[in-house]
Design a protein around this ligand. Structure first.
Ligand code: TTP
Length: 193
């Protein structure tokens, strides 16, 4: 039986996999430097980080390792996870009333073989009032989330429109992830005949 290692400490990614009936055999959170390179654009950054995460997770030859990275992009600007309330406020002020992009890159390896997909979704955030920002910051729900919001929580009320993949915004694009897992030999819908 093939073993699946989820190379992610994100509870969202574990939940999303569960949604399609996938329970990892093990969780090994990668520890890499997530600093963008000088002049690096968001999509290239996100793709690089997901691939670095999967490289960083040690696994046996026949194990499948799955990693991902979610990055919020405003033009060429990369918004990762805010470190404190002030930074989170800054992110929300920047996103307020604007369209931005959420990119999730998924990377899988099995032995020497690697597979990857980058999924981009356009998201519009309504213009936020001071009261909305204050209340959201106080809730703490921004913590640990790229761009300092989680569409799956209270901030869902701030997002009137997306074009793309909802599960990708939450942290793992399930349609693409399912395809990658199957390509790597994971028996998602039973053993291949
Ligand atoms: C935009 C957005 C991001 N997020 C989350 C998904 C990711 O967990 C997080 C982005 O951080 P990531 O660096 O992608 O992942 P992580 O640090 O949580 O976990 P790991 O590196 O171990 O895999 O933001 C939401 O939950 N909802 C949203 O709407």
């Amino acid at each position: 039986m093939v073993r699946l290692i989820l190379g992610s400490g994100s509870p969202r990614r574990r939940e999303l996999l569960k949604q399609i009936g996938v329970e990892p055999d093990e969780i090994r959170a990668p520890d890499i430097d997530e600093t963008p390179l000088k002049g690096e654009v968001p999509r290239a950054y996100c793709a690089r980080i997901a691939r670095e995460k999967v490289t960083a997770v040690a696994a046996a030859e026949d194990d499948i390792v799955l990693c991902a990275d979610t990055t919020v992009a405003v033009g060429r600007r990369i918004l990762g996870k805010a470190e404190n309330e002030a930074e989170a406020r800054g992110f929300l002020n920047l996103l307020s009333g604007r369209r931005h992009r959420v990119i999730t890159s998924v990377a899988i390896k099995r032995g020497e073989n690697k597979w990857a997909r980058d999924v981009e979704t356009a998201v519009r955030m309504k213009r936020l009032s001071a009261a909305e920002i204050d209340s959201y910051i106080a809730s703490g729900d921004w913590r640990g989330k790229a761009g300092a919001y989680g569409i799956q929580g209270a901030a869902g009320a701030f997002i009137p429109w997306i074009n793309g993949s909802f599960t990708s915004v939450v942290g793992l694009p399930l349609a693409e992830t399912a395809n990658l897992l199957i390509a790597a030999g994971y028996p998602l819908y039973g053993e291949p005949s």
